[in-house]
Write a protein that binds this ligand. Structure first.
Ligand SMILES: NC(=O)c1ccc[n+]([C@@H]2O[C@H](COP(=O)([O-])OP(=O)(O)OC[C@H]3O[C@@H](n4cnc5c(N)ncnc54)[C@H](OP(=O)(O)O)[C@@H]3O)[C@@H](O)[C@H]2O)c1
Length: 317
């Protein structure tokens, strides 16, 4: 498994991580099979959040880890906090419906909850899940300092932050922010489209992600790409989906060429970005995990990368 550097440190982490958002729907045995398959394929990074299954994913993870062949010390375990769920205001399968909260007490309590549910003594990294417009910067700084001093968290980062939010947070906290976890994949390319379409009339030059990937690359912050195989926000996978015939034809051509499945090609497309990048997959199916992992060893040609981008329906000026 290809590795990527952790910030500017000399430590490496696997270029792919297993996200456990969907682990809440699995039995501990099924979840253990997912962890074991990931580990056998070189993936030692786990991504969680306290809200996944309203805590159930972390409980299943704990039971699964005890059943699996993998030890806690073999893994780099990350979780995220900062989204407050209101079950009574959730919409269908969406568990959100509350608020975002970056305050000292909230963060400290939330991390204790994570450690308790996962039955672990420390997190390798903690991310702030979604920017809280009312964020208490000094409170976050204090919380991070306490968590680090107590040995509860080793490294810190953020998720879904834009450039200015990242800089504002980094100006205040004592620790280097190692990660920005953002939705990114063949069917979610806003951060790239913006860069291709600077000042082009009538195109998708949306300002919301302006310069974000360039900033992360320059600053050696790891981009963690979430929902790599999804289109929309959790609408479903584009892989083998008849809604995306051109993309699936192109994925299949390349899958045949490289003798892998389509997941591997979609993964290789993400990891082709020259910055520090890690792909966080959410499949719980061992065969899909194993195929996705193969993508780390595939180096697409420049033309193949652009062909996939356009087969996914994106345009170049
Ligand atoms: N920071 C954030 O705001 C944020 C938000 C969302 C998610 N995340 C993180 O990102 C992780 C991944 O998210 P995700 O689960 O949406 O990502 P994903 O890996 O893009 O999607 C996984 C889903 O796609 C299906 N799938 C994948 N390959 C398939 C194939 N070949 N055929 C059929 N179905 C296929 C999986 O089903 P199978 O299990 O059957 O393969 C599963 O339902 C999460 O676990 C979480 O850790 C972060």
């Amino acid at each position: 498994m290809k590795e990527t550097k952790l910030g500017k440190t000399t430590l490496n982490i696997s270029a792919m991580g297993l996200g456990i958002m969907r682990m809440c729907d699995k039995t501990p045995e099924e979840a253990a099979a997912a962890i074991d398959t990931a580990y056998e394929n070189g993936i030692n990074f786990i991504d969680s959040a306290d809200i996944y299954g309203q805590g159930k994913s972390e409980e299943v993870f704990d039971q699964a880890l005890k059943l699996s062949k993998v030890n806690r010390e073999d893994l780099f375990i990350q979780s995220k906090v900062g989204i407050v769920v209101s079950p009574e205001r959730s919409h269908g399968s969406r568990v959100f419906g509350g608020r975002y909260e970056f305050t000292k007490d909230y963060i400290l309590n939330a991390v204790d909850g994570v450690l308790d549910r996962m039955d672990i003594d420390y997190l390798d990294s903690l991310l702030l899940h979604r920017p809280d417009f009312l964020m208490d910067l000094e409170g976050v700084k204090e919380a991070f300092d306490i968590l680090q001093a107590e040995g509860k968290v080793r490294f810190f980062g953020v998720s879904n932050f834009n450039v200015e939010q990242f800089k504002m947070m980094q100006d205040v906290v004592s620790q280097p922010l190692m990660f920005d976890q953002l939705q990114f994949g063949l069917m979610h390319t806003g951060m790239i489209d913006t860069g291709f379409n600077t000042n082009v009339t009538g195109t998708v030059d949306a300002n919301h992600a302006q310069g974000l990937m360039e900033f992360l690359r320059r600053k050696h912050v790891t981009l963690q790409a979430w929902s790599p195989f999804q289109y929309g926000q959790f609408e479903g996978t584009f892989i083998n989906n008849p809604k995306f015939p051109e993309l699936n034809d192109e994925l299949e051509n390349l899958a045949n060429k490289y003798r892998v499945g389509k997941n591997a090609i979609a993964a290789a497309w993400i990891l082709a970005w020259p910055g520090q990048v890690q792909m966080i997959m959410g499949t719980m199916t061992p065969a899909h995990i194993a195929d996705s992992a193969k993508g780390a060893d595939i180096k697409l040609t420049r033309q193949e990368w652009y062909d996939l981008y356009m087969a996914a329906g994106h345009k170049l000026p």
